[in-house]
Design a protein around this ligand. Structure first.
Ligand code: DGJ
Length: 732
């Protein structure tokens, strides 16, 4: 075991240097005890401490209280963490309402602690280590003397990953109660330079498009105010140089490990410097902190790549797969499933499902997933959420009996649940109307005829827990799809006094994490999958409990090209559940071939979501082949390196390479056919240049360097929505 330090404090220069073989992060202690940011980027081997934050007397930038030094101002110091009222007029990381109603705080350096490993974050998901020697953690303690508040800035650097995990904790060591109005998880101030930002905005059935924009003067905000991560704006952003592309250039990634309201801010200040903040959204947030109490923010995974966006994705994919997901399935082949949702919606009975199961068995599928509609008297979306007992009408002999049938056919059995919700037409509501989030004296807003449970309350969680336990203990179930189909509007908890209603949304997320922690610990043999009306809660926080998620309710292969490309920027392919559905597609009406639908769905965790019993013999033969092929390439797709080769308006190409570079899968897609297409060369990447690769279909052999440098001409297919697969195997 190597124990070379990853973090050093230089007494002479008063700097902390966090480093591994590839990256360096430098923090300085500046005048008055302010903690300044010096550098984050490629590894510096020989740091001599010459870099200091510059001084200048700048008009309207105030100086420290009582100081005559007009050249030192927090208004332009690159800080590690800022607070309202400290003379830094940029967006603040912390806004604390003091007992006297003011929002002033000056957090200055007190001491530091360096330890091996990575301490857990109380009640929150976070990246972890399996061995303390994998990482080292620096905690910087900053205090605001008059109030007795301490901010702890935590930085964990991994030895073998280009990642620094950051979070902040606030401890009230004073004598009076304060309120947190904002506490960002991290701040990164970068010196003046031209940068661009990439975000992942979207909508329901249209999630996570890659959007790239200039960072101009002023503030840019990416956020969710919907109570959950949201389809509308994912909690991941990247900041890169204008000339960074998929293969070259610098890029920083900011991945907030959280599943509720979030905010990522970028401010370009008056002198062109950049401030990046990420954390819980201050909107509707207000947290009472009594003396001795502590508040831990969610974590941000701050990543760095000097090799473009693909380099950043490779770092994040490995980190999320290996050190965020905790499931025993995190490195196992994920089952190829069939889900009955788009085949039947709520309209099914056991004989109909048995027909699908029989076909699934014949086609080589591995799991049958029973979606919405199996419980209470739910024949549409207006009832029964909260009543997690099987519908006797649909399963006269019970769910365990049906599950047994599925297993007898050699398939595993998965089940859909939506445990965070309540229908007005439910026994749960009739018995416990106060379990629902609603504002007293107002009609709650309706969405899909359902309402949200107050998961911040223990009694509510326990009720849901017991109901789920009864099913899981009674029935053989290998997979749970955990859905959440509305956003949170009526933010009021019957369990909290008026002045603490600003805690409701964060307490909801903490309650959800608590419930998931209990259930996933109790049932470690279940493969848990996240879902929120498709990909509305596709985030790193949920990945800690559930290693995969339903990417989108949009199953149109062509629409999925954009959605899966965007998702892949931050999230591993093993987490992206992707299904072949019927053509014309139910969401877009678009028609695409089985091949194209298969190739898109195979570029993730493959499943099927259509009525298998309605397929023609020809279609069944195609599906059988797809499943057989996917079983061959599955480990490379799910756990290999993923590379975005091309994504333009009309063309996409994705590639997967296993860890020893012996198995390579490339999918290429053309959207619209062209009358006079140019000759398209496809150049691969990430291969072993000295090796030879054989095309598994044509047997043609090419060199690794040849495939990467000359590439090969792709055949033109004279049809819309066409696709091709190239499976290359190293010749030994
Ligand atoms: C939304 C999910 O994304 C769908 O896959 C399906 O499970 C429905 N909910 C069921 O209500």
């Amino acid at each position: 075991m190597t124990t070379t330090n990853l973090i050093e404090f230089d007494e002479t220069n008063q700097t902390f240097h966090l480093h591994n073989a590839s990256i360096s992060y430098l923090i300085g202690l500046d005048k008055g005890g302010f903690v300044s940011h010096l550098y984050f980027g490629r590894r510096i081997q020989h740091y001599h401490g010459q870099l200091k934050n510059p001084r200048r007397d700048r008009g309207f930038s105030d100086n420290l209280p009582g100081s005559k030094d007009r050249a030192f101002s927090l208004d332009f110091l690159l800080q590690e963490y800022s607070s309202k009222g400290d003379g830094d007029f940029r967006s603040s990381a912390a806004i604390i309402r003091q007992t006297d109603g003011t929002r002033s705080a000056f957090f200055t350096y007190d001491h530091y602690v360096i330890e091996w490993g990575k301490p857990k974050l109380a009640g929150l998901p976070a990246a972890y280590v399996e061995d303390p020697a994998e990482a080292q953690t620096l905690s910087l303690f900053l205090t605001d003397q008059p109030s007795g508040l301490t901010v702890i800035l935590k930085y964990t650097i991994y030895r073998d990953r280009n990642v620094i995990a950051r979070s902040t904790e606030l401890v009230n060591q004073g004598k009076t109660t304060v309120a947190i109005e904002k506490l960002a998880s991290m701040q990164l101030d970068l010196p003046a330079q031209s940068k661009q930002v990439i975000s992942l905005p979207g909508a329901h059935v249209n999630e996570r498009h890659l959007e790239r924009a200039e960072i101009n003067f002023g503030r840019k905000i990416f956020e969710s105010r919907r109570g959950t991560t949201s389809h509308q704006m994912n909690n991941f952003i990247a900041v890169c140089d204008p000339d960074t592309n998929e293969f070259q250039g610098e890029v920083y990634g900011f991945n907030l490990v959280y599943s509720g309201n979030h905010q990522e801010e970028i401010e370009k200040d008056q002198f062109g410097a950049l401030r990046i903040l990420a954390g819980i959204n201050p909107d509707q947030f207000d947290w009472e902190l009594k003396p001795t109490a502590r508040f831990q923010t969610p974590e941000v995974l701050l990543s760095y790549s000097a090799t473009g966006l693909n380099g950043l994705s490779a770092t994040l994919h490995a980190l999320l797969r290996e050190r965020v997901a905790r499931s025993k399935f995190k490195a196992q082949p994920r089952p190829i499933l069939v889900n009955n949702w788009e085949a039947t919606f709520w309209n099914f009975n056991e004989p109909k499902l048995r027909e699908i199961v029989d076909d699934a068995k014949n086609l080589g599928l591995e799991m049958f997933v029973l979606d919405d509609g199996w419980f209470g008297h739910r024949d549409k979306d207006d009832s029964s959420l909260g009543d997690w007992h099987v519908s006797e009408k649909k399963f006269p002999q019970g769910l365990a009996h049906f599950s047994k049938y599925v297993h007898q056919q050699g398939l595993q059995f998965g089940l859909w649940v939506e445990p965070e919700m309540i229908s007005l037409d439910s026994d749960l509501y009739r018995q416990h109307p106060d379990y629902m989030l609603r504002v007293p004296g107002r009609e709650p807003s309706v969405s899909r005829e359902q309402f949200v449970l107050d998961l911040g309350r223990k009694a509510v969680r326990e009720n849901v827990h017991q109901q789920l336990k009864a099913i899981l203990d009674h029935c053989q179930i290998e997979y749970i799809k955990w859905d959440m189909n509305r956003h949170i509007t009526d933010v009021y908890s019957a369990a909290l006094p008026a002045h603490r209603q600003g805690e409701v949304l964060h307490r909801y997320v903490l309650g959800l994490y608590q419930l998931l922690e209990e259930l996933t610990t109790e049932y470690p043999d279940i493969l848990w999958e996240g879902c929120s009306g498709g990909g509305g809660r596709f985030d790193t926080g949920l990945m800690y409990y559930m290693p995969q998620s339903w990417v989108s309710d949009n199953t149109d292969a062509i629409a999925r090209l954009q959605i899966q490309t965007g998702t892949s920027l931050a999230y591993p392919l093993s987490s992206m559940e992707s299904h072949v559905s019927v053509s014309p597609n139910q969401q877009t009406g678009r028609m695409a071939s089985f091949e194209t639908r298969g190739h898109v769905a195979m570029s993730g965790v493959l499943g099927y979501e259509l009525d298998l019993t309605k397929m023609t013999p020809t279609e069944k033969a195609i599906v059988k082949k797809q499943i057989a092929l996917y079983k061959e390439i599955r480990m490379t797709v799910q756990y290999g390196q993923f590379i975005r080769l091309v994504h333009t308006n009309n063309r996409y190409a994705w590639m997967f390479v296993n860890s020893d570079k012996t198995d390579v899968v490339v999918f290429s897609f053309k959207i619209l056919s062209e009358a006079q297409p140019d000759f398209k060369i496809l150049k691969l990447a990430g291969l072993a240049p000295e090796r030879l690769y054989r095309n598994a279909t044509t047997n043609e052999v090419m060199g690794g360097d040849e495939l990467m440098l000359t590439g090969f001409y792709e055949e033109n297919q004279a049809e819309d929505f066409s696709s091709a697969i190239y499976h290359l195997v190293a010749v030994d």
